[in-house]
Ligand binder design. Structure first.
Ligand code: ADP
Ligand code: ASP
Ligand code: MG
Length: 404
């Protein structure tokens, strides 16, 4: 059986007329003799509305109920797609995660797919039907509804491609593919034709919303090639694949950014062995993810300054934990919310010296101050003032000739 998995994102199913367009895309694959498994996200904005409602009801909305609530949007979209196909004379039906079932493991709100039961879907495919499956959701071993984290329909599609040994896994979205940077922040972007799992994972983890980071981990682990393309324009998109399949690596493949960061600086911390651990232990115990960290070498051997970043939504809790921490002594705590993290990503930087210098010099030439730096083998991230973000993106896009 020649199976293709087609995943449609929120904007692609955002209105009834778009759903009718999606039905036509699905039919084009059926006509090419594919057996199609469709995975759909909720209509755009629906999941956000449900999240908002949970917050209005309670700031401590229990996570198992949160999953039942926020996964509801997918049901509507799937039923509408099935209806649109039926209307055009094609056999199709919707499937909720629990009906298949899609078994997940891990915590509510950030579960991962462990197994997908194939029997009923295969039977339906063989009978000439097209299953329309809710992305983003599953059930755990206690038969409770779970969700896979925001943007999690991407992971659903990739796991369907794995379990059904699909020939292709296509992510239909509202952009032409994975672009050199977020088109909402920089107009002159270019489409990346092929990108390695490693680079895509960095790009998404560092802010490129186009693919959910966990979904890329799943694709990489299972060696599944992923096509990302537009549901509005009929043209080739981006292929996410093994590094070995990529020729003509550029030094830098893409630029990502996040704007929900906050910087905290502890000034005049009593410097003694174990001080950093004492600062970060309560944060880790409270599931606060500390991102970039710099500690100055203490000039007098007695005091040091320590700067780090957390997600903005964790700022209030972090501030409280630091102030209540009796194991550390410091003179002052400075908080800055006007920061953002900008990253350049590319496997090419492993073999090319001088990339860090070029990045810093290009930003300096535009008088953009770098507050914190962090690097790994294939990425360099800098923390800068939010007001400089667009200018910095365009500067680095030009510096590394990403539009060529
Ligand atoms: P979907 O609803 O189809 O899942 P998302 O909104 O989750 O779509 O992701 C697509 C969006 O990701 C685009 O509209 C774009 O603004 C954003 N984005 C951020 N970085 C990139 C990038 N490098 N390439 C493409 N899109 C990006
Ligand atoms: N509807 C879910 C969300 O908005 C899942 C997805 O879009 O992939 O996060
Ligand atoms: Mg998405």
């Amino acid at each position: 059986m020649k199976i293709v998995v087609l995943k449609f994102g929120g904007t692609s199913v955002g209105t009834v007329s778009r759903i009718k367009k999606v039905a036509k895309i699905i039919i084009s694959y059926i006509k090419k003799k594919y057996k199609v498994i469709v995975v759909s996200s909720a209509m755009s904005g629906e999941t956000n509305k449900l999240v908002k409602k949970s917050k209005e009801v309670s700031t401590k909305f229990i996570s198992s109920e949160y999953d039942v609530l926020v996964s509801a949007g997918e049901q509507i979209a799937c039923s509408l797609i099935a209806g649109a196909l039926n209307d055009l004379g094609y056999k199709a039906r919707s499937w909720m995660g629990w009906q298949i079932p899609i078994i997940t493991q891990g915590d509510h709100t950030s579960s991962r797919i462990e197994e997908i039961y194939k029997k009923n879907i295969l039977k339906y495919l063989k009978s000439g039907g097209t299953p329309i499956v809710t992305g983003f959701q599953g059930i755990n071993f206690n038969k409770r509804v779970t969700t896979l984290g925001r943007g999690g329909s991407d992971a659903s599609a990739i796991m369907f491609a794995k379990f059904f040994n699909a020939k292709r896994c296509i992510i239909y979205t509202d952009v032409k593919g994975v672009m050199t940077t977020d088109p909402r922040l920089f107009k002159k972007v270019r489409k990346i034709k092929t990108i390695s799992y490693e680079e895509m994972l960095e790009m998404s983890s560092l802010g490129a919303k186009v693919m959910q980071p966990h979904s890329i981990q799943d694709a990489r682990l299972n060696r599944i090639d992923v096509d990302v393309m537009s549901s509005f324009k009929n043209e080739n998109g981006t292929i996410i694949t093994k590094r070995r399949n990529i020729k003509n690596n550029k030094i830098i493949t893409g630029i990502s950014s996040t704007s929900n960061d906050a910087k905290l600086s502890l000034i005049g911390v009593k410097d003694k062995p174990g001080v950093a651990a004492s600062i970060f232990k309560p944060l880790s115990k409270n599931s606060i993810n500390v991102d970039m960290v710099v500690q100055n070498i203490s000039a007098n051997g007695k005091e040091t300054d320590l700067t780090f970043t957390v997600k903005s939504e964790d700022l209030y809790k972090t501030n409280k934990l630091l102030k209540n921490n009796t194991n550390i002594k410091f003179r002052k705590l400075i908080i800055d919310k006007n920061v953002c993290k900008l990253s350049i990503i590319g496997v090419g930087m492993i073999t090319t010296p001088g990339v860090t210098y070029r990045m810093f010099q290009a930003l300096a030439d535009k008088k953009i101050n770098i507050i914190v730096i962090s690097t790994s083998e294939i990425k360099i991230s800098v923390l800068i003032n939010k007001k400089n973000l667009k200018k910095a993106i365009s500067t680095l896009h030009n510096e590394f000739k990403l539009n060529k």
